[in-house]
Ligand binder design. Structure first.
Ligand SMILES: [Zn+2]
Length: 362
């Protein structure tokens, strides 16, 4: 008897002996995420109701993953494929979905979930072009660097799971609500969420009116801003500070946290810098206002090392995906880690960091 023959027998024995409240393993929704951030959010919503795997790891460049045959195997029995979309994975997701021969997860099928749905995309070019190798033809695809966009992605994933597994719809909805609450507490601080309401804060932040709201609403004699904590509170000392990033992948992050990205090491997304471009960057750095360059684990470090050597600028290697650093074990820890790295690079000490430490007035 081969292993393959034995499995159904074993499964039926197991099913017969399981209490009725235990979900049989076979009923799990098989979810494959193209990238670890999507996988982390899916895990928050699906929990043990889904059988989850991700294709790329956080130390890989999401634009340039090798479409390996082993990835096709991962997709062969998938019920849902979660992709970032906006052509971020154009070089590798189409070949592996075609190679997987699984009609459930082909573009247009119900199991093909483009998680960019509903995202307000920035830097959308006026005409679709890949001129000079630009890898952002539909606008900036790195929307999950803004934690507020994870709320939208969580909604998309929840809807997909409800459709694939209607019997557990309520459980997915409950998990989505718990995730969104935790996300808002991590972004704004629990104190502020309790005072102002997470949905209200989220709406104000999405509309770009959070500052007006925080400064214009007085509670107990102090503006609400005194209660701002979380990642936004901790990163307040960095607001308005200029940085340079290697790739154009911090636009959403910069918008949310008020940091200014003034230049890029890449002259265009996906294009390595020329000697001329590096000279221009040296000139830019000589202005003296930019003290930090943010680069990624998967790009070349020659250019940034040389910029650091020539100008004294500090270069930090920061992950953009879960698993891109040992500390970034899930979507929350990714932002915890990024926050720490940025504060450290700017020399912000713990005393001036967390706004959540501010004492609320009676
Ligand atoms: Zn990019």
């Amino acid at each position: 008897m081969t292993r393959r023959d034995r499995l159904p027998v074993l499964a039926s024995v197991l099913l017969a002996t399981l209490p009725v409240t235990v979900r049989p393993v076979q009923a799990k929704v098989r979810v494959v995420a193209s990238l670890p951030n999507l996988g982390s959010i899916a895990s928050e919503i699906g929990g043990d109701r889904i059988d989850l795997s991700a294709i790329a790891v956080g130390t890989q460049d999401a634009h340039f993953v090798d479409p390996k045959p082993s990835y096709m195997l991962k997709l062969r029995n998938a019920d849902l494929l979660l992709i970032n979309g906006l052509d971020l994975e154009i070089g590798w997701v189409p070949p592996i979905t075609q190679g997987a021969r699984n009609p459930k997860i082909l573009p247009g099928a119900p199991g093909y979930i483009d998680c960019s749905a509903g995202i307000r995309v920035v830097e959308v070019p006026s005409s679709l072009t890949r001129a000079e190798g630009d890898v952002h033809p539909y606008g900036n695809p790195h929307y999950l660097t803004d934690p507020l966009n994870a709320e939208i992605v969580a909604g998309t994933i929840t809807d997909a799971l409800k459709t694939a597994d209607p019997g557990s719809a309520q459980a997915y909805e409950d998990a989505r609500k718990a995730f969104v609450r935790r996300l808002r507490e991590a972004l704004f601080g629990k104190d502020l969420v309790d005072l102002a309401g997470g949905a209200k804060l989220s709406r104000e932040a999405a509309a770009g009116t959070l500052d007006l709201f925080l400064d214009g609403t007085v509670v107990g004699g102090a503006p609400l801003r005194a209660h701002l904590g979380g990642w936004l509170g901790r990163l307040q000392p960095l607001r308005g500070k200029p940085i340079i990033t290697y790739h154009k992948d911090y636009s959403y992050f910069a918008g949310r946290f008020g940091i200014r990205v003034v230049e890029y090491v890449e002259p265009k997304p996906g294009i390595q810098p020329s000697a001329k471009h590096l000279e221009d960057l040296v000139e830019r750095l000589k202005q003296g206002d930019v003290h930090v360059i943010v680069t990624r684990p998967f790009v070349e470090h020659r250019s940034t090392d040389s910029l650091a050597e020539r100008t004294g600028v500090k270069v930090i290697t920061v992950p953009i995906e879960v698993g891109g650093a040992p500390e970034a074990t899930d979507y929350f820890k990714l932002f915890d880690h990024v926050t720490e790295q940025l504060l450290k690079a700017f020399g912000v000490t713990a005393q001036t960091g967390p706004a959540s430490a501010a004492v609320a007035r009676p």
